[in-house]
Design a protein around this ligand. Structure first.
Ligand SMILES: [Zn+2]
Ligand SMILES: [Zn+2]
Length: 152
């Protein structure tokens, strides 16, 4: 599981919602944004780096049926609604889900990351390996030879 660090901005953004939930035994909802810093591995050079994402969130909460002392079915309208117990909103699951959704499929340490050398495996951001000085066509020669063999 990913380690999730929720920044102080998130706490501030959700304070009004927490207050509303504590005061009202009814629905609570809110919109906010959070800033989370998550350790990532670069999809090109495999270096570890911290990525900060700031997804905006809209959420609704209803008290759990047992908490209200009666059995009330959740309507279709409530499918995307989270349930809370005894005046306490558990925001950690919501924040983790929203943060995961905001993370890129292929994280990059930086946009211009040069990645790993496909020949020697060196990190081309930090090492200028000799492979770069070869003519680019050379690395395709084995493939061309293989393709020529296949077509015979
Ligand atoms: Zn990278
Ligand atoms: Zn190389």
């Amino acid at each position: 599981m990913r380690r999730l660090l929720v920044g102080p901005r998130a706490t501030r953004a959700w304070l009004p919602l927490l207050a509303a939930a504590a005061l009202l035994p009814a629905r609570a909802g809110g919109a906010g944004s959070l800033a989370a810093t998550v350790p990532q591995l670069c999809g090109r050079c495999l270096a570890g780096f911290d990525l900060t994402v700031s997804p905006s969130i809209e959420a609704r909460f209803v008290p759990s049926p047992t908490g209200r002392g009666d059995e009330q079915e959740l309507g279709a309208d409530d499918l995307e609604t989270d349930v809370y117990d005894q005046g306490t909103l558990d925001l950690s699951a919501l924040l983790e889900t929203e943060t995961s959704l905001a993370l890129p499929m292929k994280p990059l340490c930086r946009e211009e990351c040069r990645g790993l050398c496909p020949i020697c495996g060196e990190n081309r951001n930090t090492t200028a390996c000799a492979c770069q000085e070869r003519a680019p066509e050379l690395r395709w020669e084995p493939l061309k030879a293989w393709a020529a063999r296949q077509s015979r």
